[in-house]
Design a binder for this molecule. Structure first.
Ligand SMILES: NC(=O)c1ccc[n+]([C@@H]2O[C@H](COP(=O)([O-])OP(=O)(O)OC[C@H]3O[C@@H](n4cnc5c(N)ncnc54)[C@H](OP(=O)(O)O)[C@@H]3O)[C@@H](O)[C@H]2O)c1
Length: 326
């Protein structure tokens, strides 16, 4: 059995995902849809995709497609995931799947009724570096985890990017702040019991930099940062009662990463081999969920917790903005 894929939209991220679909063991990319016929045709020719379809619904109506990859602007994730499920397709939807946790509940109900797999695309969750970090932290290498510090920044170059449009679900927290937030939830295995957010707002109304504090049951804290106005950088440090772990490139691991585990004044370097091509593991784990019934790596329950935490952080930052106007 193989998985026949369609892609909704000619997004930039497809440049990474299309090669991965081709390397994955049981996937075939059969069609791409675009809002315009001309773009669909040109893109299919450029990427040697057999089918070019005008309009996303037309692709969903094609019985020759089993699964769709949804790399649309954030506001479009829920409506097109729901439409795909209604058409009986399995869905791999880019992060963040939803801006409102109640939407994940609707997706869960629809996916269960339609007997399809729906998963949020957090590629780093599928990588060996993440597995090694979890093995160390959950195996007690740091003692009890007390504090997590993590962030993701890059300098946004186009003034017209969908990331700056509030109507399309723009903003740095939803775009890249979701990475440190999900990593903190993954390490603690919990939802935070308290969050505090503070943002600097772009003229459009989206946050262009975001600082968040999360306190988890048991007292572990996480400090997260995201922003469109600093150079590209990602970081993760985990501090425990007996040691600390520094993780380079936590969200986009290279093919050889060096973790630093510091205990009792001694620093141990731990080498972790990565994937030759990112996204292949994500696609192959999705194949296993659809074709073999394997559990999803990123479950909808997990996505619900992510959406709820992000929404709470945005709410807190809006409260702060009302209290302390610029
Ligand atoms: N996992 C990762 O590492 C990663 C990395 C980057 C981005 N992402 C995620 O992938 C998604 C896409 O990001 P991207 O930077 O690749 O996006 P992008 O290049 O701006 O492309 C978005 C696509 O969505 C379609 N679209 C539908 N409605 C639109 C609208 N109203 N305005 C603009 N485009 C619209 C367009 O395709 P047509 O015109 O062909 O219909 C467009 O090509 C986002 O959810 C983002 O968070 C994930």
């Amino acid at each position: 059995m193989r998985l026949r894929w369609g892609i909704l939209g000619t997004a930039r991220i497809n440049r990474r995902v299309i090669p991965a679909m081709r390397l994955a063991r049981r996937s075939d990319l059969v069609a791409v849809a675009s809002r315009t016929r001309a773009r669909a045709d040109a893109y299919a020719a450029q990427w040697q995709i057999p089918g070019a379809v005008e309009g996303y619904q037309a692709l969903l109506d094609d019985p020759g497609i089993d699964a769709v990859y949804i790399p649309l602007p954030n506001s479009e994730h829920v409506p097109w995931t729901m439409a795909a499920v209604a058409a009986g397709k399995h869905v791999l939807c880019e992060k963040p799947m939803a801006l409102d946790p109640a939407d994940i509940d609707r997706i869960q109900v629809a996916a269960t009724a339609a007997r399809v797999v729906v998963e949020e695309g957090f590629m780093y969750r599928h990588e060996p570096l993440t597995a090694k970090v979890l093995e160390l932290v959950h195996g007690g290498a740091l003692g009890t985890v007390r504090a997590i510090v993590s962030g993701f920044t890059f300098a946004l170059s186009h003034a017209t990017d969908v990331r700056l449009d509030p109507a399309l679900g723009g903003g740095s927290l939803w775009d890249i702040g979701c990475y440190p937030v999900t990593y903190a939830r993954l390490l603690t295995g919990r939802d935070p019991k308290m969050v505090f957010g503070s943002a600097q707002w772009h003229a459009s109304g989206v946050d262009e930099q975001f600082m968040g504090m999360l306190r988890f049951p048991g007292g572990t804290t996480a400090t997260i940062y995201s922003g469109f106005r600093a150079a590209l950088r990602t970081w993760l440090e985990v501090m425990g009662s007996e040691g600390a772990l520094t993780v380079p490139n936590p969200f986009k691991p290279g093919d050889r990463e060096l973790l630093e585990l510091e205990r009792g004044g001694h620093v141990e370097t731990i080498e972790v081999a990565g994937s030759p091509t990112l996204f292949v593991r994500e696609i192959e784990h999705f194949e296993a969920s659809v074709l073999d019934g394997a559990p999803s790596v990123v479950t909808l329950a997990d996505s619900r917790g992510t959406a709820a935490t992000l929404a709470a952080l945005v709410g807190s930052a809006r409260d702060q903005a009302a209290l302390y106007p610029e």
